[in-house]
Design a protein around this ligand. Structure first.
Ligand code: PMP
Ligand code: GLN
Length: 411
């Protein structure tokens, strides 16, 4: 692939995370919890590391047996398909490596990959690194009404269909979406599935925030729709699932005839993931399998807690006249900043997108870190969408209080 055209992945997050640390800013930027994971999962990790020799040595290359078995058991029920633990699952270093393996294994030189904007920013460089071409289709705010919810951003079936050419190989979706929080409805997924089936395309479905939905929004797996299991790679994250992003346990799930190509990439790059972390995530899924649908389930408790944090952040923003776009899922909220008049003193940033300048100003002058939303757009479209910033709310109440104090002072 052409090195020059590969955008430095996560450049903005690396840069803003460093800047936030330098200025000791209240950090609502990069997406990670600032609280501990639930006790059952940290105990499972402690138990694994204080266990016998096998916990400290290599395990099965394509996934620790306990983990692939618990994932297969758990997700078979949800996908409505008998998932083979040893054929249909690949454990990876976070969802990130699952994405990387999917693009490397399944995208060839000259293939086109359709990416729905705004998108998690590593998709584009990963497509390019595989020799493919990224083709974009935007979620657009519905016109005519006030855009108050991520559900008001929609994908046009005609526009999506118009992007498909004989070179198209795959469509990438992310539900719940980062940064918008959109949770695709079944009809929207069916529309995408119909096009995948009609044109014989793969679907890469990034579902790392699958348990985090609010106000009755329901996460649907596109792999569960008729005819989609065979052509979908579903990507998940133990870090997002159990609030332990530093463990970097992720997975790809799909039909063995697709997964086998991803396994080759994995085998020739990473080979094994850390054993004890996989064991702990396996124990977490065993517990969740037992408690599924009950109030004790972490998959109920975490969204219930985050629902409150979402309300808290939204009310802080509204309090200073910023209109949040309420996310139906995930742990990010975006807001339009065009109403705030700012006199940027930094003339060295004058060629940057407005939201990048704004975010730098906010960190340096006000001590609050967020992420510019144009970073989630292709270079072609980023200038059109540079009036929003993203706040992360998977944070302690005290962190959100500190952010509110800053907002109040500046307004
Ligand atoms: N996909 C999306 C949409 C994300 O927001 C993230 C960041 N957590 C990832 C994938 C990567 O997940 P992981 O930390 O498990 O590598
Ligand atoms: N997914 C998180 C975010 O969007 C962080 C991912 C990362 O920095 N690797 O902020």
């Amino acid at each position: 692939a052409n090195r020059q055209s590969i955008k430095q992945t996560n450049k903005h997050r690396v840069e803003f995370t460093q800047l936030a640390a330098e200025y000791k800013a209240v950090n609502l930027g990069q997406g990670f919890p600032d609280f501990s994971p639930p006790q059952f999962i940290t105990e499972a990790f402690c138990k694994a590391v204080s266990g016998g020799p096998p916990m400290h040595q290599y395990t099965r290359a394509f996934g620790h047996p306990a983990l692939v078995q618990s994932l297969a058991k758990f997700f078979s029920r949800i996908v409505g398909h008998d998932i083979d633990p040893f054929e249909d699952i690949l454990v990876t270093v976070g969802a990130y490596q699952a994405l990387f393996c999917a693009f490397q294994a399944l995208i060839d030189e000259g293939d086109e990959v359709i990416i729905v904007e705004p998108f998690f920013d590593c998709y584009q460089p990963m497509v390019v690194m595989a020799g493919g071409k990224a083709v974009y289709v935007p979620l657009r705010p519905v016109s005519g009404t006030a855009v108050l919810s991520s559900g008001d951003w929609v994908l046009s079936a005609e526009e999506l269909a118009s992007k498909i050419t004989p070179h198209t190989k795959a469509i990438v979706i992310n539900t719940p979406n980062n940064p918008l929080g959109k949770v695709y409805k079944r009809e929207e997924l069916q529309m995408i599935a119909d096009l995948c089936i009609k044109h014989d395309l793969l679907c890469f479905s990034d579902e790392v925030y699958e348990w985090l939905t609010y106000d009755g929004a329901k996460h649907v797996k596109i792999a569960s729709l008729p005819g989609m299991w065979e052509r979908t790679v579903t990507i998940g994250s133990g870090g997002k699932t159990f609030s332990a992003t530093g463990w970097k346990v992720g997975w790809a799930m799909g039909s063995g005839h697709i997964l086998k190509y991803m396994k080759t990439i994995h085998q020739n790059s990473i080979y094994h993931c850390a054993t004890a972390a996989q064991e702990a995530v396996a124990q977490g899924f065993e517990r969740e399998h037992e408690l599924f649908g009950t109030p004790q389930s972490y998959f109920q408790q975490l969204p219930a807690m985050l629902h409150h944090r979402r309300e808290k952040l939204a009310s802080s923003l509204k309090g200073v006249g910023l209109q949040p776009i309420m996310p139906e899922g995930g742990y990010f909220m975006i807001t339009d900043i065009s109403s705030i008049a700012v006199d940027f003193k930094d003339s060295d940033t004058k060629d940057e997108n407005y939201d990048f300048r704004f975010v730098k100003w906010l960190i340096k002058e006000k001590g609050l870190a967020t992420i510019p939303v144009s970073a989630f757009y292709s270079p072609e479209h980023s200038k059109e969408f540079d009036k929003y910033i993203r706040f992360c709310f998977v944070k302690e109440n005290s962190t959100l209080d500190a952010a509110e104090e800053i907002l109040k002072k500046w307004s």
